[in-house]
Design a protein around this ligand. Structure first.
Ligand code: SF4
Length: 439
């Protein structure tokens, strides 16, 4: 019997890439590959790349450069590049790094087995198409036990919004929603494999409009249907656009018990002038009104956001408006970025804010967010919450899991807590996690 070939997947960027990596590993499983966490023993290395961060392509080329000695020591080693950098750079990757055997864009993963057959014949394989067929229908469903009690499930891909700073509409293509029956099957399958919490993913997840048995379903209806799956206790979704937060979805935070009280709702700026230049098509006021409605439906909702500081032409007044919005909205978490131009996006061509000014604004914004985050964590002390335990903690005898509000929580408890949901009383708040006791 021949030994299985080993696959090492390195994932960069967002949760959607984590999900995609798992599905690609399953697709390559059909070619006889089993995953390894040891790069040195791999027969194939697949880099699943992300184009969101600054100089993303250069970082991929550096990573490929670091793989050179491995390939020299092991000439049969296959190297593949997937994800958004693969989509954006295409054949350029193979031209600059001839040791790469395969380049596959995010919409062509289901063609991986055929591409690998070509690679095994000694050819190179490149596919950055946006094919008509739904790639997910052609990817194998997972059969292994789940990696833990939480899982991601991509329900929607792509984006039609064209924010002036973002490459997603170019690398992931137009919005596509997966059909309800397929998602329900996949969700049930995950639960049978031990999953108790599913995070529904999409670049614009609340724009979901998948085909249901009686017409198109929105995200709220899909969540309510999934909440009926026996054994599925928690549902989350990310990432959302304020303009797609419809009445039914707002109501679901109040009446759907399985929908957790945590929402990542990027606003990017608090200045209407900048929001317009970003092509965000909402205002600071409409965003704050939306937050009020969400908190009316679910008073303990923990809000998370995304902010870009130093967007082209951002003035001190614009930046102050962002700080004012943060004060008003009260965030429990946020991702903060200094603007950096992405080639091919409209904002890349506009007058840039000097680095020193943008750095200073970023620091001030991060200080405010950190204060709010701490306040949200300290407000939990003395309260009871449920925690889904995922793994042992760093200290002996400790277990760690996530609260309803997505706070990491550690308690003293047995390993048998793994995969279970238990009530916990929070007794302390640290900078990055909460400490509690089983209630
Ligand atoms: S809505 Fe999000 S994914 Fe779409 S263009 Fe804007 S930032 Fe990018």
């Amino acid at each position: 019997m021949t030994a299985p070939k080993k696959l090492y997947v390195k994932t960069y960027g967002c949760q959607m890439n984590v999900y995609d990596s798992e599905r690609m590993a399953e697709a390559l499983g059909q070619q006889g590959y089993v995953e390894t966490t040891d790069m040195a023993e791999a027969d194939m290395i697949l880099l699943n790349t992300c184009h969101i961060r600054e100089k993303a392509a250069e970082k991929v080329y550096s990573e490929l450069g670091r793989l050179k000695p491995l390939r020299e020591a092991k000439p049969d080693l296959k190297i593949g590049v997937a994800g958004c950098v693969a989509q954006a750079e295409g054949a350029e990757i193979m031209a600059r790094q001839p040791m790469v055997n395969l380049v596959v864009g995010p919409q062509a993963y289901h063609r991986l087995p055929a591409m690998m057959e070509a690679v095994d014949r000694g050819e190179t394989a490149l596919d950055t198409d946006f094919p008509e067929e739904d790639k997910f229908l052609h990817l194998p469903a997972g059969r292994k036990p789940a990696r833990g009690p939480t899982a991601f499930l991509t329900v929607q891909e792509g984006c039609d919004k064209f924010c002036a700073f973002c490459v997603v509409p170019y690398t992931r293509g137009a919005e596509v929603s997966r059909p309800v029956d397929r998602l329900m099957r996949e969700a049930r399958d995950l639960v049978e494999r031990g999953v108790r919490e599913i995070t529904l993913l999409g670049q614009n997840v609340n724009a979901y409009h998948g085909q249901g048995p009686d017409g198109e379903w929105g995200l709220a209806r899909l969540i309510r249907e999934m909440a009926g799956i026996d054994g599925l206790d928690r549902i989350r979704f990310t990432t959302s656009h304020p303009n797609d937060m419809d009445d039914d979805l707002i109501a679901a935070f109040g009446d759907c018990e399985a929908l957790m009280p945590y929402l990542h709702l990027p606003v990017q700026s608090g200045s209407d002038r900048i929001l317009k230049r970003m092509n965000r098509s909402h205002t600071a006021e409409s965003y704050l009104t939306l937050i009020e409605r969400l908190r009316a439906a679910r008073p303990d909702l923990l809000l998370s956001g995304d902010f870009i500081v130093g967007f082209p032409e951002e003035t001190d007044e614009d930046f102050q408006a962002t700080l004012d919005l943060i004060e008003a909205a009260r965030y429990g978490a946020a991702y903060t970025f200094k603007y950096s131009p992405r080639p091919g996006t409209p904002a890349a061509e506009r007058p840039q804010v000097p680095d020193a000014i943008a750095d200073d604004r970023l620091q001030r914004l991060q200080a405010l967010i950190t204060r709010q985050q701490r306040a949200a964590q300290e407000a939990m002390v003395g309260k009871e919450t449920t925690v889904l335990f995922e793994k042992p903690g760093r200290m002996a005898g400790q277990m760690v899991g996530k609260s309803e509000h997505l706070h990491a929580v550690h308690v003293d408890g047995p390993e048998t807590l793994k995969g279970r949901i238990a009530r916990v009383r929070i007794i302390e708040a640290g900078p990055n996690s909460l400490g509690g006791v089983l209630a």
